[in-house]
Design a binder for this molecule. Sequence first.
Ligand code: RIB
Ligand code: CA
Length: 307
Amino acid sequence: MTIRVIIDCDPGVDDAIALLLAFASPELDILGITTVAGNVPLRLTQSNARKICELAGRQVPVYAGCPRPLVRSLETAEYVHGATGLQGATLPDPQLPLQPQHAVDYLVETLMQTDEPVTIATLGPLTNLAVAIVKEPRIVEKIDRLVLMGGAAGAGNVTASAEFNIYVDPHAAHVVFTSGVALTMIGLDVTHQVLTTEARLEAIRSIDTPVAQAAAGMLKFYGEYDRQQFGMSDSPLHDPCVIAYLLQPDLFTVKSLPVAIELASPQSIGRTIVGHSIDEQKNRVDVAQSANSDAFYQLLTTRLATL
Ligand code: RIB
Ligand code: CA
């Protein structure tokens, strides 16, 4: 059975790898790609998403969404992804047109019009989805499941407390996490188990196709920041874990826990408080606990070779 999915993202190198994995997976019926400001400004995330579609030879409709968070000013991550957002790959300007409809309106219209289950996969700040929920709360019951990359039960990566996607727009995260949507959270606790070792990178680099060479080029540069910040031997790969979860959920273990978003503290704003929120019974989330990283890279590498 194919999974009908809308992917919301902020490409971003790991978003790009996640999109390529999704394009290489016939189990997924990708209805559309919505883009948001995050790793780099929206004018680049929407263009980068279209570049990746063309790299993979796919004509998936791409929509531009919100250019800034709900309340905070935008903080980007060129220090991780490069000035273009796709450091390590030189891709031509996209010919694939950007859809004229705003991503928020596309989300609301698509979800309200369909009777078939739709999964939402978010790989960036949750601004688009939060605005869509505020605009039309009824979309929540139309979403079969939201699988997101974001948060951390433990340490953050932008601050000691907060992971980037939640930190950039914590108010949007609060709207989404308190909406009642069925939610699986794949946070740093898991993605820091999924490390692109030199051997795993070489396995991708050894595939003689434009897609694999572009992926290897991006992965070569990606993660230097994480390696230095966390003293890691190899770079964690975040966003493709969301797609891998859709394809093979058994690669991961999850635990149902209450999750709250810190909004008040200037030192820990954007922290996902996992397991000890005030109301234990509300806002329960399937929080990913572990990942089979060998099987993950086997899946990623095998699928990339098909593009
Ligand atoms: O913290 C990692 C997340 O923030 C990833 O989604 C990365 O692409 C950035 O958006
Ligand atoms: Ca991302």
